[in-house]
Design a protein around this ligand. Structure first.
Ligand SMILES: CC(C)(COP(=O)(O)OP(=O)(O)OC[C@H]1O[C@@H](n2cnc3c(N)ncnc32)[C@H](O)[C@@H]1OP(=O)(O)O)[C@@H](O)C(=O)NCCC(=O)NCCS
Length: 240
């Protein structure tokens, strides 16, 4: 069974839910990346979902049209979990070499945004956050950020840090709203145009001040946009 942590947010139901990225989401995740970050090389989601113990990706998806096949594809079957290490490794390799099309046929759920975390000892680094253009300004970026902060807490991270383009004032607004402060600059960090990166960090996630700020923002989000379910737990990846 996948262990799920449900974060209830008060209010009417929101159309979107947050959950960990699955293999069958990768084709849509790549579409979102191309739309949000055309200058970046393609991410290696498949390798990271299957093999990386440090990276975690979340998606915001539409709640309706849930295809039971998606769960079947996502959850490791009992025999996969209990199989020998060699069997598990072989299973991962088979998934790694399957095409994006064959994986994505297991879902018809619309993915509208994603975020990513790298957990490095007590520092969780927000590596990405992006929303499909037509879905922006509907509180989904905020919801993904709330979920990423909660996820970092469940992984015992002390702080969440990130880099953001100095020209990306929209994203900086979002981060500042959630208590991120500017810690410094990385000069010429972005290789496509030599732009500086602003380094931002939260206060200690478990501090009373950070927690009360986060809880206030979660409630305000729920009142404004409706109740959302965030399902964050262990990756449904075969155990290695
Ligand atoms: C940054 C991004 C993720 C925000 O997602 P979103 O779903 O549109 O944001 P939300 O609707 O949840 O807005 C939350 C907060 O973000 C800030 N914000 C979002 N859009 C904004 C805009 N156009 N202008 C000013 N502030 C904005 C505000 O603080 C807003 O809170 P408010 O509604 O109380 O003013 C989205 O614009 C995006 O995908 N951009 C392209 C990719 C990107 O730049 N990612 C960041 C990389 S570091």
């Amino acid at each position: 069974m996948i262990k799920l942590l449900i974060i209830p947010i008060l209010g009417d139901a929101l159309r979107y839910a947050i959950r960990l990225m699955r293999l069958e989401d990768i084709a849509q995740a790549n579409e979102i990346d191309r739309e949000c970050f055309p200058e970046w090389p393609p991410a290696s989601y498949k390798r990271e979902i299957l093999f990386s113990k440090l990276s975690l990706y979340l998606v915001a998806c539409e709640r309706e049209n849930k295809n039971p096949l998606a769960d079947q594809a996502a959850e490791p079957k009992e025999n996969q979990r209990t199989a020998s290490r060699l069997g598990q490794f072989w299973h991962k390799l088979r998934l790694f070499f399957s095409s994006e099309e064959s994986l994505s046929s297991a879902t018809n759920q619309r993915i509208v945004g994603l975020s990513g975390l790298w957990i490095m000892s007590d520092d969780a680094h927000l590596t990405t956050i992006g929303i499909r253009e037509p879905y922006r300004r509907q509180g989904i970026g905020e919801l993904l950020l709330i979920a990423a902060l909660e996820l970092a807490l469940t992984r015992n991270a002390r702080v969440v840090t990130l880099e953001v383009r100095s020209s990306n004032l929209v994203a900086q607004r979002l981060y500042e709203k959630y208590g991120f402060s500017r810690m410094g600059l990385r000069r010429g960090y972005y290789t496509d145009n030599g732009e500086d990166a602003v380094i931002m960090s939260t206060d200690t996630l478990t501090s009373a001040s950070f927690q009360s700020h986060l809880q206030r923002l979660k409630q305000a989000h729920a009142q404004r946009w409706g109740k959302a379910d965030c399902q964050i737990g262990q990756y449904p990846r075969p155990q290695g």
